[in-house]
Design a protein around this ligand. Structure first.
Ligand SMILES: Cc1cc2nc3c(=O)[nH]c(=O)nc-3n(C[C@H](O)[C@H](O)[C@H](O)COP(=O)(O)OP(=O)(O)OC[C@H]3O[C@@H](n4cnc5c(N)ncnc54)[C@H](O)[C@@H]3O)c2cc1C
Length: 179
């Protein structure tokens, strides 16, 4: 339950459909009141699922369950074993958006090996956190990195990029699924 006196700040498309909100001072703030629900999920405290490495035969995960990787996303000590996604010890949030970027690097490096070339693609952890947090199909908040540092993403971008269909079209197209 959200306490009654807890103020909540939200970005949202206004009634005219104008998605121009973007600066922190534009965000609406209101007191939500008590919120009750039939079910709730604790959405914090996730841990990396690397138990299958527990015997240490390949590598020993660190205290957070992650695996040390090189710039080319190889498991440290192995030229032919890669790790990507949540498993890596990269200094960034555990996010699918990053895992997909890791995958591009790993795919390029495996392709290079198959061609008999040295793998050269490297991955740089994002210097600033990014997030797109839709609130329904017409609202939400977000933050992207920029050369000047992190910037608040206009709600229209959150809606267009993610909120409208939560990426389902993009993945359907990628896997050749007709909808
Ligand atoms: C509630 C929640 C919301 C999230 N929201 C977002 C979001 O909005 N945006 C975002 O970018 N990221 C989000 N994430 C994070 C995102 O889901 C992860 O970063 C991403 O899925 C990591 O991909 P991965 O391939 O590394 O791991 P996973 O997606 O966890 O894939 C690992 C796979 O390995 C399988 N596996 C594990 N052990 C074994 C084994 N021994 N043998 C065979 N298979 C095994 C698992 O079943 C799983 O399918 C969210 C995560 C959670 C929990």
């Amino acid at each position: 339950m959200l306490p009654a006196d807890e103020a909540v700040a939200l970005g949202a498309v206004d009634e005219a459909g104008d998605a121009g909100l973007g600066e922190p001072e534009d965000l609406a703030e209101f007191t939500a009141g008590d919120i009750t629900a039939d079910i709730w999920f604790r959405a914090h405290g996730v841990r990396v699922n690397s138990g299958y490495l527990a015997d240490g035969r390949l590598t020993t995960p660190g205290p957070r369950g992650t695996v040390a990787v090189t710039g080319t996303l190889n498991v440290v000590g192995y030229d032919h074993v890669h790790a990507l996604g949540d498993l890596t010890d990269l200094p960034e949030a555990k996010m699918a958006g990053y895992a997909m970027r890791h995958a591009e690097v790993v795919a390029a490096n495996i392709t290079a090996r198959l061609r008999g070339e040295e793998p050269t693609r490297t991955y740089e952890a994002a210097p600033h956190p990014m997030i797109l947090l839709p609130l329904g199909p017409r609202g939400g908040v977000g933050q992207f990195p920029s050369p000047e540092g992190p910037v608040v993403v206009p709600v229209g971008t959150v809606v267009e990029y993610k909120g409208a269909d939560l990426f389902t079209s993009r993945f359907a197209a990628r896997f050749g699924i007709e909808r």
